[in-house]
Structure formats: structure tokens, C-alpha cells
Design a protein around this ligand. Structure first.
Ligand SMILES: NC(=O)c1ccc[n+]([C@@H]2O[C@H](COP(=O)([O-])OP(=O)(O)OC[C@H]3O[C@@H](n4cnc5c(N)ncnc54)[C@H](OP(=O)(O)O)[C@@H]3O)[C@@H](O)[C@H]2O)c1
Length: 128
């Protein structure tokens, strides 16, 4: 019984989590939709601090520029001090428009060869 409790405790305390900066993201390419606010912005900050190259897909360019500045500042503060922070940029994306989605995809593909992580954070809607 106690060995089981000990096993669960050790697993829970050693398993890497998203906020664990020791999870290597250097060289990983990430897209976060709606990353200029809320959960998406927080996740972008964590990933940039962990070394990822993050593209925010945002529908409002002014909000997106402000978010990029905030993420740069916050991720630099929480990076591990070895200057291993990643890159952050924004590209225009309105998920309510297929035209915008296609334009975003081709703009991304022109600039990057790979995509390692896609976070479909924005624009979720449910009709009940
Ligand atoms: N917060 C919670 O407790 C919670 C719980 C369950 C699920 N969720 C889900 O988690 C996701 C993020 O939540 P959040 O609280 O961080 O939301 P949020 O603060 O409202 O942020 C959502 C982001 O998505 C963007 N967005 C919305 N519609 C978009 C569209 N058509 N095209 C491009 N971007 C769009 C928004 O852009 P603008 O800034 O331009 O508006 C905003 O930056 C949402 O999908 C939400 O449904 C959240």
C-alpha cells in the first residue's frame, strides 16, 4: 500500500509538465491560435521561455503586436538565464474566415519548413 502511494507521489512530482522549463522546446516550431490573450498568451510565454519558436495566429494586428511585446518581456524574465529563450511573432489569422485561414497557412509555409506543435486554442464554439 505505502509503496503504491510512494510510486504515485514520485511519478507526480517527477513527470514533466508544460510549465516545467526543463522540457526542451529549443528548435520546435509552434503555432498558437488566438495567442494574443488569455490561455494562449500564457502558453506562448511558457513555450518561448523554454526555447520554442512560436507564431501567434491573431485577428487583430494591434492587439497581437502588444501581446508579442508582453510575451517577449515575460518569457525573458522566466527563461533560465542562459539566454535560451525562443522566438515569437504574430501572423494575421481570423478563424471565422476560410480565406484568412488559407492565407495564414501559406504565409506560414513560405517562412517555415516544419510545424511541431499546433495549439487550436481560439475560436472554439459549440452549438447546443
Ligand atoms: N478560460 C477558461 O476557463 C476556459 C475553460 C474551458 C475552455 N476554454 C477555451 O480555451 C480557449 C482560450 O480561452 P481563454 O479564456 O484564454 O479565452 P480568451 O481570453 O477570450 O482568448 C481567446 C483568444 O482567441 C481569439 N479568437 C477568438 N475568436 C477568434 C477568431 N475567429 N480568429 C482568431 N482568433 C480568435 C481572441 O482574439 P481577440 O483578442 O481578437 O478577441 C483571443 O485572443 C477558448 O477556446 C475557450 O473556449 C477556456
Amino acid at each position: 500500500m505505502w509503496s503504491m502511494v510512494l510510486f504515485v507521489f514520485e511519478w507526480a512530482t517527477q513527470a514533466p509538465s508544460l510549465v516545467d522549463m526543463s522540457v526542451p522546446m529549443t528548435g520546435k516550431h509552434v503555432i498558437i491560435t488566438g495567442g494574443c490573450a488569455g490561455i494562449g498568451e500564457e502558453l506562448a510565454t511558457i513555450m518561448v521561455a523554454a526555447g520554442a519558436s512560436v507564431v501567434l495566429g491573431c485577428r487583430d494586428a494591434i492587439k497581437a503586436d502588444a501581446a508579442v511585446e508582453r510575451i517577449r518581456a515575460a518569457s525573458a524574465r522566466s527563461a533560465n538565464g542562459a539566454g535560451q529563450g525562443g522566438e515569437i511573432e504574430q501572423m494575421r489569422l481570423d478563424l471565422a474566415s476560410f480565406k484568412s485561414v488559407r492565407r495564414f497557412a501559406s504565409e506560414y509555409a513560405e517562412k517555415y519548413d516544419t510545424l511541431d506543435v499546433l495549439v487550436n486554442n481560439a475560436g472554439l464554439g459549440f452549438r447546443v
